[in-house]
Design a protein around this ligand. Structure first.
Ligand code: KG4
Ligand code: ZN
Length: 331
């Protein structure tokens, strides 16, 4: 008998995504319809436009996913329940519930952050294990102690901007398009990370919280005084400040909570400098590292399907009365 098959839908922000996962690792399809081009001219995501686009794309993307499998072969349907933009969440969540009711299959509403947190374990033979997870995206920057599936302890989080948000805002200050992360990373490759001394927000705060708004403000105040070719050095110096704080706090949190594995996930985790520095620091500290596969870092439904599969396996199902929740807590 084949392993259980999960169909998952993700619409928490501006990506309409559907994936079908058989067992823990057989990804039959993972489709993402990005709306980046639609929102770029606004410099960020416009909620109403996002939800209208989800509505337009949901039918075609579901149909396309279902060329890989017959609907009746789906054992469990899941969708992102939150956190995210309510009007976006509602589209995928209602579509998922409708499918589950029509097929008479169990439905699992998944926390988007649990999707990111578990993504470094995607495809592994064993269940996710005790670890310290850094989740870094456009909306969140968190350190989460994964004790067991569904048992997560929030160790620290940003008090203001998320790390990805800082990349996006600094890109905007430089007149670069949204999303800022990939462009800043590319410019930083040829820059000098030591040219500008930017603040390392809350590095010595003694807790595991983060703050990136001071860094963004430092960039804003420095900019008017700069002349000539400064973009690459500025991007490299800014990126180095973000990466140093993320890496040092993650390693310290792992040691404090006696987790022997550190993981990193979310949109910012595809940043090569962050990955390289985390691997180096963890190796020095005698810790193992699991990096989310770059394909699973920005929003996608494969990570939602994986979290749903783990829950389905353990009978941790949701119920059809649960509502989408823009502030859905993971811990
Ligand atoms: O996880 P994600 O797709 O969406 C949220 O759940 O927020 O993350 C998107 C964020 C954006 O802020 C984007 O600028 C950032 O991830 N990002 C990066 C890189 N690629 C995407 N930040 C730094 N370096 C990158 N290479
Ligand atoms: Zn995300």
């Amino acid at each position: 008998m084949s392993e259980p098959t999960v169909l998952a839908i993700e619409t928490s922000c501006d990506e309409t995504a559907v994936a079908v996962l058989q067992g823990r690792s057989r990804l039959l399809c993972s489709e993402v319809a990005s709306q980046i081009d639609v929102h770029r001219s606004y410099g960020g995501v416009v909620p109403e436009i996002a939800s209208r686009n989800h509505l337009a794309k949901m039918g075609p993307i579901l149909r396309s996913a279902l060329t890989h499998i017959q609907l009746r072969e789906v054992d469990c349907v899941s969708a992102t329940r939150g956190p995210g933009l309510l009007t976006s969440l509602l589209v995928g969540y209602a579509a998922g519930k409708g499918l589950a009711i029509g097929l008479d299959r169990p439905f699992v509403g998944i926390n988007h952050l649990e999707g990111h947190l578990l993504s470094p374990f995607f495809g592994e033979a064993a269940c996710p294990v005790q670890s310290m997870g850094l989740i870094v995206s456009g909306g969140h920057t968190m350190l989460m102690h994964l004790v067991d599936l569904g048992k997560y302890i929030l160790v620290g989080q940003t008090r203001d901007d998320a790390a990805g948000e800082a990349f996006d805002k600094v890109a905007r200050l430089l007149g670069l398009p949204y999303p800022g992360g990939p462009i800043i990373e590319r410019l930083a490759e040829s820059g000098d990370p030591d040219r500008y001394k930017f603040p390392r927000g809350m590095l010595a705060s003694g807790d595991f919280d983060f703050s990136f708004s001071g860094l963004k403000t430092a960039v804003r105040y420095l900019l008017p005084s700069l002349r000539g070719d400064f973009e690459a050095d500025l991007c490299a110096s800014f990126q180095a400040a973000v990466v140093e704080v993320l890496v040092r706090k993650t390693i310290k949190a792992a040691k404090t909570f006696k987790a022997s594995i550190v993981t990193v996930s979310g949109g910012v985790s595809c940043n090569q400098s962050l990955r390289k520095n985390l691997v180096e620091a963890a190796s020095k500290a005698g810790l193992a590292v699991k990096l989310a596969d770059p394909k699973l870092t920005t929003d996608n439904a494969a990570m939602i399907a994986f979290a749903a599969f783990e829950r389905y396996q353990r009978g941790m199902l949701g119920n059809l009365e649960d509502e989408a929740d823009p502030n859905f807590k993971i811990h």
